[in-house]
Design a protein around this ligand. Structure first.
Ligand code: AMP
Ligand code: ZN
Ligand code: FE
Ligand code: FE
Length: 292
């Protein structure tokens, strides 16, 4: 049998990606993948469209979400939730909390930019986002379009990124809350891109992963666009040693991250087995063989 590949970390226009969920599905098909996940920030609004497009294209699909948890600067902790039930009341409650955190933060970013002489408004950001979750990459794209910066990266370096003048934190869930809320919504919590914790060495990452395991973590992302081969090898053996699920993805954002191709993570592909093991682990939680 020829090898089969997937992508378990993708953003759509429901958050800060630039392709509609159905177009991510189409691209997954055209890229030769057999399964994919949509993991938008703080929302499941893209799941229905992606699932139905996947069905028509003969692709397997798993619902996902990506949540930013509280974590000390300069690190960031993102927790992916796989197999969450998009209809569950606890998920609705969760996404409302997360979006309230953005609604508090976003006007402060815009006010600071205005103070710095950058003419941009909340309504431009909202128009750019077309009703979806407002993320900084969409605002960065507006700053590029208006000529204030020459690239999305420069927008983050100069204005929006951690340590830059128009950076404001949003209220977050603690890691414990993020993990338990994903579990309550019927999903499996997975630590995204563990290198973004910005620990000093692999031993410190291991300590963090073990702490999260005690809180109910189910897996870690072992293949990601940010990783070199040493990191992939370390995280793979860590997951195996701790009996954690392994996931992988490109962190595709369309033209908001122009160097990232769907299905490819720094030259690596993501094996189909990662998807199959996730589905298998979800079965007892769902009480049947069918997983959305
Ligand atoms: P937000 O959820 O609105 O805080 O925005 C988070 C998004 O911004 C994620 O997709 C990140 O990948 C992206 N992001 C954060 N920092 C940077 C950076 N320095 N350069 C480019 N993208 C970034
Ligand atoms: Zn994003
Ligand atoms: Fe992330
Ligand atoms: Fe992401």
């Amino acid at each position: 049998m020829s090898p089969s590949y997937v992508d378990l970390h993708c953003h759509s226009t429901a958050s800060d990606g630039t392709l509609r969920p159905a177009d991510v599905a189409r691209l997954a098909k055209d890229s030769g993948l057999t399964a994919f996940a949509i993991t938008d920030h703080d929302t499941v609004a893209g799941i229905g469209e992606a699932a139905s497009a996947a069905g028509s294209l003969g692709l397997d699909f798993i619902a996902g979400i990506e949540i930013s948890a509280e974590y000390p600067h300069p690190g960031t902790m993102h927790i992916l939730g796989y197999g969450i039930d998009p209809e569950s009341p606890s998920l609705k409650d969760l996404t409302e909390t997360l979006i309230a955190g953005r609604d508090n933060r976003n006007p402060r970013i815009v006010a600071k930019l205005n103070e710095m002489g950058v003419a941009v408004s909340m309504s431009e950001w909202e128009d750019g986002a077309k009703g979806s979750v407002l993320g900084r990459p969409q605002l960065a794209a507006i700053l590029v379009r208006k000529g204030y910066v020459s690239s999305i990266k420069q927008a983050f370096d100069k204005y929006l990124g951690q340590g830059a003048p128009a950076y404001f934190d949003k209220e977050r869930l603690t890691p414990k809350q993020a993990i338990s809320r994903i579990r309550n919504a019927g999903g499996l919590p997975v630590l995204a891109h563990p290198t973004q914790l910005r620990r000093e060495n692999f031993a410190q990452i291991e300590t963090e992963v073990k702490n999260l395991l005690d809180l109910g973590l189910a897996g870690i992302e072992v293949i990601h666009t940010d990783f070199d081969q040493k990191t992939v090898d370390f995280l793979t053996q860590l997951a195996d040693r701790l009996k954690l699920l392994k996931t992988g993805g490109s962190d595709f954002h369309g033209s908001n991250k122009p160097d990232v191709k769907l299905g490819v993570a720094n030259g690596r592909r993501i094996p189909r087995a990662f998807f199959d093991h996730l589905i298998f682990a979800l079965m007892p939680l769902k009480g049947s063989g069918s997983v959305p």
